[in-house]
Write a protein that binds this ligand. Structure first.
Ligand SMILES: Cc1cc2nc3c(=O)[nH]c(=O)nc-3n(C[C@H](O)[C@H](O)[C@H](O)COP(=O)(O)O)c2cc1C
Length: 414
């Protein structure tokens, strides 16, 4: 019987352990977590979501404070189009964040950055261009294009000196999305090096509609693999979503996947950015505690714990400080939902907004508890302490469990 370690991910002429820890936005997949994946010979992700906040946390910069000071006059206005991002600050914050990861990287693995297109930041093209280029300048090993079709993203970096050497990949949930991306970037003669195929059981935003449960990751992977073979292409295919054990991963590798991308198992790692009390919520959850809902203002469905404080909260929109989901017109679906509630309850001191959530604020505060479908199995991966809480795990322990376990088994910590 084989295990994950019997396979290797071939990228950039190198051979890696075929385990990719997926990007988990707003500092859930921390630099520390990514460093562990790289040290152990796999691939770790950092994320550039709300990079100013993340930089402020680690470098004692004050990007967010300065932004709020500049736009404070606009807080009561629902038109946020004037609250533009300072591209110089965005560049600086990204370089600090990526630079730290790359400076501290040890071992044979790689560190990639997850760049979500849905972070439209009041000026989608201009801000994405800065984010991608600054990450490349700061030496990131690879960029994973996420949360969007990214039809114009390669063009934003085509003249960058590292465009043909850095690893570039995209997350898709269907063959159609991949074909669309390839068609739109065909003129650049630059295929993605890898394609993460994310199925319906993943954490974070989903690339499926309300019928997500009808889809099957293995079937989507098989369809894309068959098409790639027929086309004579050779992109590394990396399934993601619901791969909970080393044995699950090995099945995909035996079917020809180049690696697997996993995330939920690492939400209870000590190196993960979630505060411990939130990690305990993940451990304690049961299957009925997890839902796929439409509260994200991005328009994508998202999976999360039903008890997430973000759900139903009616905080005033914080776009002058954050504003990462503002569209090109300076609007966000949360602002609209919030304004509707305020208009309906003019006397209320605080409203509840069920329809959408202020995702920037709540992700920043670790109050949107997004997770994969199998989060309820996390309790089977650790030991329970006498007080009823669960032991957090070392990222190395989880990584090695994926790498070496067989027979559907999960190794408990020593
Ligand atoms: C807490 C959490 C946050 C996530 N955030 C992001 C994100 O910011 N961007 C993204 O592309 N995917 C995100 N994902 C998806 C993961 O990167 C990954 O592809 C997926 O969750 C893998 O499935 P698994 O969690 O069942 O292992 C997130 C997943 C989790 C669990």
């Amino acid at each position: 019987m084989k295990c994950v370690d019997d396979f290797r991910l071939k990228l950039a002429g190198r051979e890696l352990v075929p385990i990719v820890i997926g990007g988990m936005g707003v500092d859930i997949s921390t630099v520390e977590l990514a460093l562990e994946a790289a040290r152990l010979g796999g691939v770790g992700h950092i994320s550039d979501a709300m990079v100013h906040t993340v930089a402020d946390r680690y470098f004692k910069t004050s990007f967010v404070k300065e932004r709020l000071k500049r736009y404070k006059y606009n807080v009561a206005n629902s038109d946020k189009s004037s609250a533009q991002f300072d591209l110089g600050h965005l560049d600086e914050a990204t370089r600090l964040h990526v630079g730290r990861a790359m400076d501290e990287k040890r071992g044979d693995g790689m560190i990639f950055i997850n760049c979500m297109e849905k972070l439209t930041m009041n000026a989608p093209k201009e801000t994405l261009r800065v984010r991608l280029r600054a990450a490349l300048d700061a030496g990131i090993d690879g960029i994973t294009l996420a949360a969007g079709l990214h039809l114009g993203s390669f063009a934003l970096i085509e003249d960058h000196p590292r465009f043909r050497h850095a690893q570039l990949g995209i997350i898709v949930s269907s063959l159609r999305a991949l074909q669309l991306f390839l068609r739109k970037s065909a003129r650049l003669n630059r295929l993605p090096d890898y394609v993460v195929i994310e199925g319906p059981l993943a954490g974070g935003h989903l690339g499926f509609g309300a019928d997500w449960a009808q889809y099957d990751l293995a079937a989507i992977v098989a369809e894309i693999a068959a098409w790639q073979k027929a086309e004579g292409l050779n992109m590394a295919l990396i399934p993601a979503g619901g791969i909970f054990t080393g044995t699950d991963a090995t099945h995909f590798l035996e079917q020809g996947a180049a690696a697997v991308q996993v995330a939920t198992r690492f939400t209870v790692a000590r190196e993960c950015g979630l505060p411990e009390d939130v990690q305990q919520e993940y451990f304690k959850s049961s299957e009925e505690d997890i839902e796929v809902n439409g509260v994200s203002p991005t328009g994508y469905l998202m999976r999360m714990l039903k008890s997430s404080p973000a759900i139903g909260d009616g905080i005033r929109p914080n776009c002058e400080a954050f504003g990462y989901l503002l569209d090109v017109n300076g609007s966000c679906d949360y602002i609209k939902a919030y304004n509707r509630e305020v208009a309906a309850h003019p006397e209320a001191r605080k409203v509840s907004v069920r329809e959408k959530t202020c995702l920037c604020t709540h992700m920043r505060n670790f109050e949107c508890w997004t997770c994969g479908h199998y989060a309820y199995r996390l309790k089977d991966t650790s030991r329970r302490r006498p007080d009823g809480s669960y032991e957090l795990l070392a990222a190395e322990h989880i990584f090695r469990d994926y790498q070496f376990s067989k027979d559907g088994k999960i190794a408990l910590p020593e």
